[in-house]
Write a protein that binds this ligand. Structure first.
Ligand SMILES: *Cc1c(COP(=O)(O)O)cnc(C)c1O
Length: 479
């Protein structure tokens, strides 16, 4: 008992004080270690304190530690490790090998190089964000993209806010506050847990009037509940799930006709909102924004960073009188987008003037429409780089897999793809997943039937070298 106490006390006494370690650290700067040369002193001290505190806690908890663990060398190494962690940015880029193209947790859409050049300038220079250069007078930031949006969708007017959830909120707040909005029960969707149509409506002060049954709603269901409190007919594109079997939804043109008959505006929340018809590439037919606008609906809302492939934004297009009212809503000011988004969005939208350009340059579209041959070649390229180098610890093979669109779009659509599959020998698949996720250049893949899958669809060609490095670093001879 007594002897153990002494050991604890002995060990505690071996812990150096902060100033001492600070001296060791600064004496030890050897050029190649990021440790302390230009790190903020405050973080260096924090790293030392945390590190020593951890050691103290281990000793006090009675865990056995060797005296060497308190040597100058080991302590310095620990502090440097801690400091390196503190200096590493929290926001990090990762390699998306999940095959989910619009992966909300991984930042949704990747932007084209050309768009990034535009963003670089938008950030490092002043701009005409709210100045009309032809008159020198104050302009509106929306005018930078409104005309293009109208060109591409056939709408009379448009504006852009922070995201699509904000777009829905703003439209409802403008058109339906304290009034009734009719929506089909089959369309009361939740998107990613934090966006539920009924909740957003409640926030906007609109009163939700649900009609129909979950699987079937008819035009008569809408017509039956229309009264003088009704302000809007809402259709929500159920992009993230499908009701199958005995179902019926009122076609948009019928809803538009009903709205016209009763003098009520009709809105569709399209969610993903694609400007191109991707069915030619084997994807299910989704209504394009242009088609929805063309059916005579008054307002359409959709995301900037889902199928459009741009930055996070909520886009509202529709009839001029309605859009003008929405623009004047004070809430609009609170939901406004910043200059980066606007610059990025304009750049992305301009690609859409030429369908081929959009398909080639907008990564989201390029990934969704990449051919199996391209994906197979990409997988083979990765295999050539890593297979031999990692074979002692992991079997790498070419494998068929299925990618997903993601972002709540085309939920039941599987897109045939090629992958490199990894079957580790020296660790479990779960450990491999964790190791790759925690690597210096994190790789996020998915586990399927106890095999780790790297889907080539969401990996960019220029990332292959980095990915090989990560794999060889972890699973190679010296890994
Ligand atoms: C994704 C989605 C939203 C929310 O869009 P954000 O841009 O993520 O805010 C709203 N409605 C529908 C139908 C959606 O699919």
């Amino acid at each position: 008992m007594n002897s153990q106490k002494n050991t604890k006390q002995d060990l505690l006494r071996l812990i150096p004080n902060v100033d001492e370690v600070l001296k060791w650290l600064t004496e030890n700067v050897d050029g190649e270690n990021i440790a302390s040369a230009d790190a903020p002193r405050r973080l260096v001290l924090q790293a030392i304190r945390d590190s020593l505190e951890e050691q103290r806690a281990v000793i006090l908890a009675g865990e056995k530690i060797a005296r060497e663990a308190l040597s100058r060398e080991v302590i310095v190494a620990r502090c440097r490790e801690k400091l390196a962690q503190m200096l590493r940015p929290n926001f990090r880029t990762v390699i998306n090998a999940t095959g989910v193209v619009i992966h909300t947790n991984l930042g949704r859409s990747v932007l084209p190089e050309q768009t990034m050049q535009t963003l670089l300038r938008a950030g490092s220079c002043y701009s005409n964000l709210e100045m009309d250069l032809s008159t020198g007078k104050r302009g509106s930031r929306y005018s930078l993209v409104e005309e293009i949006l109208c060109d591409l969708t056939g709408a009379e007017a448009g504006l852009v806010v922070n995201n699509n959830a904000a777009a829905v909120l703003l439209v409802l707040d403008t058109l339906a506050k304290e009034k009734e909005v009719i929506v089909s029960r089959g369309q009361l969707v939740e998107i990613g847990g934090s966006f539920r149509i009924p909740d957003v409506m409640a926030r906007s002060g609109a009163k939700l009037v649900e009609v129909g049954a979950t699987n079937r709603t008819h035009l008569k269901d809408y017509e039956d509940v229309i009264n003088e409190e009704t302000s809007l007919l809402l259709k929500v594109h159920t992009s993230n799930y499908k009701i199958i079997g005995f179902t019926s939804e009122v076609p948009l043109p019928d809803l538009v006709a009903l709205g016209a008959k009763h003098g009520l505006p009709v809105m569709e929340d399209l969610g993903s909102g694609c400007l191109l018809d991707l069915s030619a590439f084997g994807l299910q037919k989704e209504p394009t924004v242009g088609e929805v606008v063309g059916s005579g609906v008054d307002v359409v809302t959709f995301s900037g960073d889902k199928l459009l492939g741009g930055p996070q934004a909520g886009i509202i297009v529709g009839k001029k009188t309605i859009i003008d009212t929405i623009k004047k809503n004070p809430l609009n000011r609170a939901l406004r987008i910043d200059k980066f988004t606007l610059a990025g969005l304009e750049s992305i939208l301009r690609f859409y003037y030429d369908e081929q350009q959009a398909l080639q340059n907008v990564p989201t579209l390029a990934m969704l429409t990449a051919t199996k041959e391209v994906l197979k070649r990409r997988a083979e390229k990765l295999l050539r780089r890593v297979r031999k180098k990692i074979e002692k610890k992991c079997t790498a093979s070419l494998a068929k897999t299925a990618s997903k669109v993601g972002g709540g779009a085309l939920p039941e659509q599987d897109i045939a793809s090629w992958a490199v599959s990894l079957l580790p020998i020296d660790r479990t698949v779960a450990e491999l997943e964790r190791n790759l996720r925690l690597a210096e250049n994190p790789v996020i893949g998915r586990i399927e039937n106890d095999i780790f899958i790297l889907d080539m669809r969401t990996i960019q060609d220029r990332e292959i070298a980095l990915l090989s490095e990560s794999l060889c670093g972890l699973l190679g001879e010296n890994g």
